[in-house]
Design a protein around this ligand. Structure first.
Ligand code: SAH
Length: 218
């Protein structure tokens, strides 16, 4: 088993990554601090560890990827995470994004569609000592058992916004979801103003793996 070791070299690379994220426009000190605290290389396959602090997405198995650090920072900033927020993540993947939310003091619920990733990440997070609620299944229907949520984050590219996700948001809650075709998406932020009214903002230029499942690309 891989030894989890955070060396000065890794810490130095992380610092440089934080400087780059700042340059690219990430402003939230809390978000930058969380990324600086969590060793991203722990979430990497041993063969790829030397790339862990590049601002790129990398394979995590099952044809899936750990999102680019800028994308994690951007989505997390849009979510405006407050201590104690109940947050649902669709697409657990490596567990990195969920761990960032956990570090920010959120009560995290995360669902993953690929069984192997769900099992592997569950074991790995336990070993890291980071524990939050993990589910296996299709997240396009949300996780109704624990709804409503303060915030919902989708970390795979959706063809449309699944209605269930808006339903499972509290009034005043925020949904952040990449929406577009299979190759390119815009980041959409929805703020639920009332049961019927939402405010929508959009930011261009993202590329996620496809959201599968009932309201995804299947
Ligand atoms: N947040 C992850 C990013 C993983 S990539 C991380 O920090 O590593 C997107 C993930 O979404 C993949 O693991 C993929 O299997 C998962 N996914 C795709 N469609 C899904 C669905 N309908 N429900 C839940 N997870 C889904």
């Amino acid at each position: 088993m891989l030894k989890l070791e955070d060396t000065y070299l890794h810490k130095g690379k992380r610092k440089a990554l934080i400087a780059l994220l700042r340059e690219k426009g990430i402003k939230s000190e809390r978000v930058l601090q969380a990324i600086n605290t969590l060793p991203r290389h722990f979430f990497f396959d041993s063969a790829l560890i030397s790339h862990a602090y590049e601002d790129k997405a990398f394979p995590i198995g099952e044809g899936q990827t750990i999102s680019q650090p800028y994308t994690v920072a951007f989505q997390t900033e849009l979510l405006d995470v407050k201590e104690g927020d109940k947050i649902l993540e669709i697409g657990t993947g490596s567990g990195y994004q969920g761990s960032i939310l956990h570090l920010l003091g959120a009560d995290v619920y995360s669902i993953e569609y690929q069984h192997k990733l769900y099992e592997g990440t569950k074991r790995f997070l336990k070993r890291l000592g980071i524990e939050f609620h993990l589910f296996y299944g299709d997240g396009t229907g949300g996780v109704p058992e624990y709804a409503p949520y303060d915030k919902i984050i989708v970390t795979a590219g959706a063809p449309v916004i699944p209605e269930a996700l808006i339903q499972q948001l509290k009034i005043g809650g925020i949904l952040v979801i990449p929406v577009g075709d299979k190759k390119r998406q815009s980041m959409v932020r929805i703020i639920k103003k009332s049961a019927k009214e939402v405010v929508r903002e959009e930011f261009d230029g993202f590329a996620f793996v496809p959201l599968l499942g009932k309201d995804g690309w299947n």
